[in-house]
Design a protein around this ligand. Structure first.
Ligand SMILES: C[S@@+](CC[C@H](N)C(=O)[O-])C[C@H]1O[C@@H](n2cnc3c(N)ncnc32)[C@H](O)[C@@H]1O
Length: 200
């Protein structure tokens, strides 16, 4: 991670969070239940938004980002435990979690397919997967623009693949996509998913 990224992330996201994202996060996280795994928790933006869950295990590879989340950890109304891990190698037993949450993370994960497999491994049968991600846009001109911007974007946004088709990756990994909602002409989506290995 670029050294400066943790220090500008919250500042850069503030207008989007205030205008739309915080409401989107709240609506999605209302669906979280039981023991929750949060992938790439960053500066802990979601921490104060969890309500009726037993506990949250938040994994985040960057120590600097974890430090940034300290004040939000204090503001949380549920127990949250932070772990320095990557999504591709989760240090949890099989079938541990009732809910898995990922917000604005899959664009940055170096090996998203491996991460999705790990998520399936640690989720209990019947678990719910809550994604809020930016995705490849359907409109061809906008998708092409995403492709063109991606090499530059990766450099300034800490490895973020602006053109990653995360929803397609989620489907290909065998998740059943139950609900989706689009924002900003389909640049951002929320998806509520389940995974039943027997359905594959
Ligand atoms: C754009 S930030 C999003 C943070 C937070 N989830 C949010 O919604 O604001 C992406 C986060 O993904 C984390 N990340 C990068 N690679 C990862 C990986 N392999 N596994 C888990 N998290 C990762 C980064 O360290 C960063 O904190």
């Amino acid at each position: 991670m670029g050294k400066w990224f943790p220090y500008i992330y919250d500042f850069g996201m503030k207008p989007l969070e205030a205008k739309r994202f915080t409401a989107v996060r709240k609506k999605l996280l209302q669906k979280a239940r039981g023991r929750v795994l949060e992938i790439g928790s960053g500066s802990g933006v979601n921490f104060p938004l969890y309500q009726e869950v037993q506990q949250v295990d938040a994994i985040e590879p960057s120590r600097e980002m974890q430090k940034k989340s300290a004040s939000r950890l204090q503001a949380a109304s549920v127990p949250i435990y932070c772990h320095q891990q990557t999504a591709e190698q989760l240090d949890f037993a099989d079938q541990t979690f009732d809910t898995v949450v990922s917000t604005l993370v899959f664009c940055t994960i170096p090996d998203p397919e491996k991460a999705l497999k790990e998520i399936q491994r640690v989720a209990k049968p019947g678990a719910v997967f809550l994604f809020f991600e930016h995705v490849k846009m359907e409109q061809p001109l906008l998708a092409k623009t995403q492709d063109m911007l991606t090499p530059f974007w990766k450099k300034i946004c800490d490895g973020c693949h602006l053109n990653r088709n995360t929803l397609a990756l989620i489907r290909q990994a065998g998740f059943q996509v139950r609900e989706t909602e689009e924002f900003y002409k389909g640049l951002f989506i929320t998806a509520v998913c389940t995974y039943d290995a027997d359905c594959l």
